[in-house]
Design a binder for this molecule. Structure first.
Ligand SMILES: [Zn+2]
Ligand SMILES: [Zn+2]
Length: 358
């Protein structure tokens, strides 16, 4: 190793701008692995971390105050090259190009032992509970969380760990139905475009996108949606049903707002399922008899597990990386990237590439 320091962009408290910091380059101990960051995706949930919580509706909010320790280097969509290994790290070698699976749990509870670390009650998530990828280097606690991406473009592969995995895991919850009936997708931001790209690779039936922003609707059509409709149109529900042209059984709600989930539940036919991923916030008024009478399923999906990330990387190895708009920006533009994301200016994904141009 030639460098002795690393640079990162850290959050020092909720509501603050990121600070540029220089720290000693950590030396990996035990099973730890040190990566040189080759891509760090800027995700919408980073904005929630900066803001300090989620809107739960009815004036309530879910605060991150108890969960997050400052300073924190954000960034949970990280690709990197292995540059140093702890003495007990196995399965990777210096020079390997990898993704860091970020949704790490305690490793000991029944949920973790069943391979569902993303659902652990004591999360140690990269970029949330431990330092993440808005940096030129990152320390990963074990080589077991690294997924080989040799031969894939790391900046384009980085978003697979969150937006890719989140949509992949959610789409898999529709089971065989994904291939046999159309899926209605609420929202065509980064996750929506990722869902469209993955659906093609998974052999899914038609996708009908519901999105208020005209530019994003066009992006969805360009990404393969069979129709893209505005939920604010007067006859939106009717137009969506017409576009589905048959039983409406699957809705993927990537918005997760009062309006999107209310519309989703209105739209579903008997036996239908909505998978909610979005965290826009709010609450809904639900007539309970409709649940049994219409045999509806409301299912939440929260990122995904390590084996799903491995399966997703296998899938893109066979079928190609999702061709999503990716804008690479240097590390010092991390705050500007968050600001652009907050203002809704971003189509696709911003990925920080700290070593580009070196
Ligand atoms: Zn994310
Ligand atoms: Zn656990």
């Amino acid at each position: 190793m030639t460098t002795s320091h690393m640079h990162c962009r850290q959050l020092t408290d909720f509501g603050q701008s990121l600070e540029a910091r220089t720290r000693a380059l950590p030396e990996p101990k035990g099973e730890e692995v040190l990566l040189r960051v080759t891509g760090a995706g800027v995700c919408h949930s980073d904005l929630h971390i900066v803001e300090g919580g989620y809107d739960l509706g009815q004036g309530r909010s879910l605060s991150f105050r108890e969960r997050i320790r400052f300073p924190l280097t954000l960034g949970h969509e990280t690709a990197g090259d292995v540059i140093a290994l702890g003495p007990e790290a196995r399965g990777v070698a210096p020079g390997d190009s990898v993704l860091a699976y970020p949704w790490i749990g305690c490793g000991h509870c029944p949920v973790c032992r069943a391979g569902q670390e993303n659902l652990c009650l004591k999360p140690d998530f990269i970029g949330v509970n431990r330092d993440g990828g808005y940096a030129d280097h990152i320390l990963v606690p074990s080589a077991r969380y690294l997924v080989d991406i040799t031969g894939l473009n790391p900046a384009r592969a980085a978003p697979l760990t969150c937006s890719g995995l989140t949509t992949y895991s959610a789409l898999r919850k529709f089971g065989a139905r994904l291939e046999t009936v159309p899926t209605v997708i609420m929202g065509a931001g980064g996750l929506g475009l990722m869902a469209l790209a993955l659906m093609q690779r998974m052999g899914a039936a038609d996708a009908i996108v519901v999105e208020p922003d005209a530019r994003r609707r066009q992006a969805a059509l360009d990404a393969g949606a069979s129709a893209a409709l505005d939920p604010n149109d007067e006859n939106a529900a009717q137009a969506i049903r017409k576009a589905v042209d048959g039983q409406l059984l699957s809705v993927l709600d990537l918005v997760g707002s009062t309006a999107s989930l209310t519309l989703a539940l209105d739209l579903l036919d008997k036996g239908g399922q909505v998978v909610v991923v979005g965290l826009m916030g709010g609450d809904i008024n639900l007539s309970i008899p409709y649940l049994p009478m219409r045999a509806l399923s409301i299912c939440g999906s929260y990122n995904g597990n390590l084996s799903e990330l491995q399966a997703l990387v296998e899938l893109v190895r066979k079928t190609g990386l999702p061709e999503l708009p990716v804008a690479c920006r240097p590390l010092h533009e991390a705050q500007a990237a968050l600001d652009d994301l907050r203002s809704g200016k971003v189509v696709g994904r911003i990925v920080l590439t700290p070593h580009e141009g070196e």
